[in-house]
Design a protein around this ligand. Sequence first.
Ligand code: NAI
Length: 306
Amino acid sequence: MAGRPMLEGKVAVVTGAGGGIGRAIALAMARAGAKVLVNDLGVSVSGEGGSASPAEETKALIEKEAGVAAVNADSVSEWHSARRIMQSALDAFGRIDIVVNNAGILRDVIFHRMSPEDWLAVIDVHLNGSFFVSRAAAEHFRKQESGAYVHMTSTSGLIGNFGQANYAAAKLGIAALSKSIALDMQRFHVRSNCISPFAWSRMTGSIPAETPEQQARVARIREMTPEKNAPMAVFLASDAAQNVSGQIFATRHNEIFVMSQSRPLRGIHRAEGWTPEQIGEYAMPALASSFVPLERSGEVFSWDPV
Ligand code: NAI
């Protein structure tokens, strides 16, 4: 169906858009007609170093396709620098319509060895960064009575994973942040949704590929490119999604899922109240059939991407 490009006239800020999923989203949004502020610090997977060139490369790719882009190399993880990211978009394009909180780092380590630095670095970029960047845009969204947030969460937080207490806590926190923004800003016609993406990227490049079976599997998983997550981000950012807010979508190769959010599963009531002993005797046996198994993301998404 040919029509007007879905994001025509809009300005998008995409954080961490110097590579991976962020770059794919920035390119897709530019193709959909948005002017894009490409933010990236150009750091390693663990958040070290820093280079302006990944963001510049994304800008060049957008311009090669006759799209419009500007770059910014401030960090999402501090209040003042997050405000500079928004200011860059305003300076370049005069408005902001879309914020994609995508910047991220990993510091995977088993819980009993996780250092305060590993914890804080990951919380700062993902959870605090998503708040700082969202908050900096919120004033503009309120005044113009429109705006769309798209945040990247992860099944590591929504479901579970080994060695990622920092990342999982940040990502589940982002889901709650998104829901809170959706509730608080609905009155200003501002929407907020999460994508739980799957992609072969430098963050997932460490899956072992030694045996022929493993190699074949990795070859299949490699087809799950970052680009596969971009159409959902474009849709959620567009006016076509005006009735969609406070939701979490998982995108995995050619699959799309709406994810559950926490609700009471089963209740039990005792008019006299409970002693700890009675909880053990009556409540736990009654509730046990609704317990959520201690599973990891890979056990719930137990089939290879389709
Ligand atoms: P990536 O490592 O390729 O890209 C992340 C980008 O964020 C990098 O270019 C990095 O320079 C930038 N960045 C890091 N710290 C920053 C900061 N303080 N300020 C600005 N930019 C910063 O990662 P990938 O795989 O593309 O992931 C993108 C998002 O999707 C992340 O939020 C990640 O947690 C999430 N995600 C990815 C999954 C996957 O399968 N690749 C699965 C679930 C979630």
